[in-house]
Design a protein around this ligand. Structure first.
Ligand SMILES: Nc1ncnc2c1ncn2[C@@H]1O[C@H](COP(=O)(O)OP(=O)(O)OP(=O)(O)O)[C@@H](O)[C@H]1O
Ligand SMILES: [Mg+2]
Length: 216
């Protein structure tokens, strides 16, 4: 069995692990992300929205993207539910799958930053370590953690998809805030108190922050 992939699958050690650096050599490209972003008259960035289910991530991110569009910015919104319909449809809600869910989205966001875009990520992304890992994929000034801060009682009261009701009835397992933990950001770049700001006011705040940081 000479094929290293087959040997690795059979549990044998290989000189170059499949998927590792080994024989896979990065091919440098002449055009970089700054050239791609410059053409779009913006600095590529990630707005990473985190918060409980029903906190308002999708609602606010959607309004932010519309505002960016009106200003002539080039953006893309990666929404948790939508990505789970395609790229991540093989993943469930165990801790392990949640980690993989966020890891893949971090990598996709990085590709989109390389394309010069303003990327909006709206995922519960409950664990600090995974959000830190997503930030570590990018330059320090490219990543903005946006904490959509909504108390559990308020999110549960809103329950826009009826998920809390199902989780309380025991029909949904591993539901964040009920029987799966949420680790709030300690030092978010932007914090939105959705009990004090409307979704529109929150979207204006995020766009203002991006402009003040010189990204758009
Ligand atoms: N100030 C506010 N900001 C954002 N959403 C609000 C606010 N006040 C009320 N809402 C309502 O709260 C709900 C938030 O739902 P949304 O789908 O945006 O949450 P989410 O954080 O994306 O949840 P999930 O993780 O389940 O996708 C919407 O129905 C929205 O209209
Ligand atoms: Mg959502």
């Amino acid at each position: 069995m000479n094929d290293p992939l087959l040997r690795a699958r059979a549990g044998e050690s290989t000189a170059h692990p499949p998927g590792g650096a080994g024989d896979i050599v990065w091919h440098p490209t002449a055009l970089g992300k700054s050239a791609r972003a410059q053409q779009k008259r913006q600095k590529a960035s990630v707005l990473w929205f985190t918060g409980l289910s029903g906190a308002g991530k999708s609602t606010i991110a959607d309004l932010v993207e519309q505002r960016l569009h009106w200003r002539g910015c080039h953006s893309f919104l990666l929404d948790g539910d939508n990505v789970r319909h395609g790229l991540n449809k093989d993943l469930g809600f165990s801790d392990q799958d949640r980690v993989e869910n966020v890891r893949r989205v971090g990598e996709v966001a990085k590709l989109m930053v390389d394309a010069g875009l303003i990327v909006l990520v709206a995922f519960i992304s409950p664990f600090r370590a995974e959000r830190r890992a997503a930030r570590a994929l990018l330059e320090e000034d490219e990543f903005f953690e946006v904490y959509v801060d909504t108390p559990l009682v308020v999110a549960e009261e809103r329950d826009p998809k009826g998920l809390y009701r199902k989780a309380r009835r025991g029909e949904l397992k591993h539901f964040t805030g009920i029987d799966s933990p949420y680790e709030p950001p300690e030092r978010p770049d932007i914090r939105i108190d959705t009990t004090a700001l409307t979704a529109r006011e929150a979207a204006d705040l995020v766009v203002r922050h991006l402009a003040q940081a010189g990204r758009i």
